[in-house]
Write a protein that binds this ligand. Structure first.
Ligand code: G3I
Length: 440
């Protein structure tokens, strides 16, 4: 009898545990985050900046994206683990400050389609669920890339245990048709699934080297396997195929091509311009170009402006080719962060940041956000996405080596409980000045 009672008790406990885990958060995040008391005048903002005591999840802290409403969206990339529990400071900071969310890793092809007919949607589904609580928009990153892509895509036999390099050397690479089929299947499956919930997609990421399409010599199998299908002399057919598949799956999606270094490398900007122009004229509707913007604190913002100007001028070609979608072409800032190891400390492994370093960073963010706001006012730039929630959650702490970078707007959690840095206040202030829609 005792045994039966014990079993019933354990059963009840397990049941209530499962019920607890399933329970949705009862908190009305939308109501809290849109509290009108959280809008501040310029004077109040200046006072809070000077005090510098607020943390990212502090209920009195201003909401970053609110300062840019009507001008552009303010987004953030994070790990799926950061939104498991929405009561953590990290999660609250995300929900409070941004109106576009991106998963930094868990919507990449190797994560979503690790093996033939194996799909992993858990993280993306959770993202959709969290966004539904606040009304944030979603960017899917990324449908195609040469990195973080399942290696079986490139093999003739998907179950081949040899590396892709070995398959290449031993004549066992996938054929052009096989790779195209796998790419199309991936894009169709993923875009269709998130048709109603993901507004923006990076369709392909980092397809260019300094001045042309990446080849095997640049660590990419794509161009060489897929080949010059249309015989026009360019090996970027896989990019075109990806955009066509995405459009077929979602007529209304906003499909972006995303790349790095265009901020300072004119040859790459030109190559991007030429490729996108060529594809637009062929009837491939590419809705915009993403500037990743992994910049440094010594970034030349005026030079960067000239590169955006060049890409923004593609809007004319887009309007000409797709008059029914006139005005839809845009530039997006997709992965903004700021490496602080520059100049005499560029190669250092450790550095104790001083208040003047954070001040310098705040000034650079001010300059940048004003430049972005100029393009937003012209209607060609619609969002700025920060690539990390805080200094501790940033790839710049491990690349090019393990060190304590300080790239983001918010301090590390373990020391200060995510104190808002001067850069955060600077970004809020630019928004306030440029939109003036919150001054009481
Ligand atoms: O998940 C594993 C974990 O299980 C393991 O213990 C740990 C040990 O190294 O690695 C974890 O995976 C890491 C993953 O991030 C998740 O944190 C990978 O090693 C690491 O390589 C991976 O880095 C990501 C990087 O892309 C890979 O290229 C960064 O988080 C991500 O921020 C970064 O994002 C890219 C954009 O997609 C494209 N533009 C550049 C940008 C920065 O590199």
């Amino acid at each position: 009898m005792k045994k039966i009672l014990a079993l019933i008790l354990v059963g009840l406990m397990l049941f209530s545990l499962a019920a607890c885990q399933k329970e949705e958060p009862k908190i009305d995040y939308n109501a809290i985050l849109n509290n009108p008391d959280l809008t501040y005048s310029a004077e109040e903002l200046a006072k809070m900046t000077e005090e510098g005591t607020l943390t990212v999840a502090d209920v009195n802290a201003p909401q970053l994206y609110k300062y840019y409403e009507g001008l552009m969206k303010i987004g953030v990339a994070f790990g799926a683990n950061q939104i498991n529990d929405l009561e953590t400071a990290e999660a609250k900071g995300i929900l409070k400050n941004y109106n576009v969310y991106v998963l930094g890793n868990e919507m990449k092809p190797d994560y979503m389609n690790p093996a033939p007919d194996t799909w992993n949607f858990t993280a993306a589904d959770r993202l959709v669920e969290v966004a539904s609580l606040t009304g944030a928009e979603l960017r899917g990153h990324t449908l195609g890339w040469h990195s973080q892509v399942p290696q079986w895509w490139f093999k003739a036999d998907p179950n081949d245990t040899r590396s892709v390099q070995e398959c290449y050397e031993q004549g066992a690479l996938a054929s052009s048709e096989q790779l195209i089929e796998r790419l199309e299947k991936h894009i169709t499956t993923v875009v269709t699934r998130y048709k109603d919930t993901v507004q923006y997609w990076d369709v392909f990421n980092e397809v260019l080297n300094a001045d042309s399409i990446r080849r095997i010599s640049d660590d990419s199998w794509w161009a060489d396997i897929v080949g010059d299908v249309d015989g026009n002399g360019y090996y970027d057919d896989y990019v075109e195929i990806a955009f066509r598949a995405a459009r077929a799956a979602d007529e209304d999606g906003t499909f972006i091509i995303n790349d790095f270094n265009m901020e300072w490398q004119a040859s790459k900007t030109q190559a991007m311009y030429d490729m996108v122009e060529r594809m637009l004229r062929k009837g491939v509707r590419i809705d915009g170009v993403g500037f990743q913007s992994h910049i440094s604190v010594d970034c030349n913002v005026e030079y960067y402006r000239t590169q955006i100007e060049k890409i923004a001028s593609l809007a004319e070609v887009y309007d000409e080719c797709f008059p029914e979608y006139k005005g839809n072409f845009r530039v997006q800032i997709t992965e903004l962060d700021m490496n602080m190891f520059v100049g005499s400390i560029a190669d250092k492994g450790y550095y104790t940041w001083k208040p003047e370093d954070f001040q310098r960073q705040a000034e650079k963010y001010t300059e940048l956000m004003n430049m972005f706001a100029d393009f937003a006012e012209e209607g060609v730039l619609d969002m700025v996405v920060f690539w990390g929630t805080d200094d501790g959650n940033s790839w710049l702490n491990s690349t090019p080596k393990i060190r304590r970078n300080a790239a983001m707007l918010v301090d590390r959690g373990e020391e200060t409980n995510y104190l808002l840095k001067p850069a955060y206040w600077a970004v809020a202030k630019v928004g306030l000045e440029r939109t003036a829609n919150l001054i009481k």
